[in-house]
Design a protein around this ligand. Structure first.
Ligand code: NDP
Ligand code: 8X3
Length: 249
């Protein structure tokens, strides 16, 4: 299986790369922090896995198209695309939000995902197979206070997944949207701009999902028989019901 992953430098994306690092699979890992990509590549290659890396900011359309051209030249096709790169920035009331943060979230979570899909889907169409796995969120199912623009981007991912599935139906391309609840990755550290204490508080008092839980789920979806597609899957830790309802200890 040839697997292309965006945002593989930490959290879900890194765990997904590690999960798929099995004999017979080839990985193409991307993200902006290239030193992390190189370290992960070295780590996985020690086990004999072929891993390619590309420093990629999904907001940069030209870089995305260059990646797709390289993938076409070297792989000729892609079996699984995991559109994972994404982020939340800030958690403010709509009347107090930082519009720069809004731009970054919209450009990454919506437009970046679209650019990558637009560039890679034709390779799948040509081979008449493929699987696009979009990482959405419980925030794309139920909004929460101060989630406003982040939630909107994940609602957009939900809509894009649904319509991509319909558009690519004639080409035998699967589209799966995986919607995780709260998971302890670097997500909150990024959201709170490096404030570790604030980020840690988010997960205090309950056992959140781990990156490996999502990697296992992605792997399960990607290894079902060719005639089976999980369209939409919401996964939370046991102490969370949705974006709003959580149980403490
Ligand atoms: P992390 O912060 O640990 O990882 C985010 C990844 O996205 C990093 O590899 C980062 O790489 C990459 N990324 C961010 N911006 C860009 C960009 N412009 N171009 C390319 N890559 C980028 O968080 P998670 O692993 O938790 O997040 C992964 C996805 O899961 C996101 O889409 C997030 O919205 C979603 N999610 C997270 C949940 C959680 O609670 N953790 C729950 C539900 C969904 P780099 O900075 O090196 O570019
Ligand atoms: C991340 C989950 O609840 O922090 O998508 O928005 S949440």
């Amino acid at each position: 299986m040839k697997v292309l992953i965006t945002g593989a430098t930490s959290g879900f994306g890194k765990a997904i790369a590690e999960k798929f690092a099995l004999p017979g699979n080839e990985l193409w890992i991307t993200g902006r922090r290239t030193e992390r990509l190189d370290a992960l590549q070295q780590d996985l290659q020690q086990n004999g896995i072929i891993v390619k890396t590309t420093g990629l900011d999904v907001r940069d359309k030209q870089s995305v198209n260059a990646l797709a051209a390289a993938v076409e030249q070297e792989w000729h096709g892609v079996d699984v695309l995991v559109n994972n790169a994404g982020l939340a920035l800030g958690a403010n009331s709509i009347d107090e939000g930082d519009t720069e943060d809004w731009d970054d979230m919209i450009d990454t979570n919506i437009k970046g995902l679209l650019y990558v899909t637009r560039a890679i889907a034709p390779l799948m169409r040509r081979q008449r197979s493929g699987h696009i796995i979009n990482i959405g969120s419980t925030a794309g199912k139920v909004v929460y206070q101060n989630g406003n623009v982040y939630c909107a981007t994940k609602f957009a991912v939900d809509a894009i997944s649904q319509s991509t599935r319909i558009d690519l139906l004639p080409h035998r391309i699967k589209v799966t949207s995986i919607n995780p609840g709260m998971a302890e990755t670097e997500f909150s550290l990024v959201r709170f701009k490096g404030d570790g204490a604030k980020a840690g508080q988010v997960y205090n008092g309950f056992e959140a999902l781990r990156a490996e839980d999502i990697a296992d789920t992605v792997y399960y979806c990607a290894t079902l028989p060719p005639h089976v597609c999980i369209n939409d899957l919401t996964i939370t830790c046991t102490q969370q019901a949705n974006s709003i309802y959580k149980a403490g200890n």
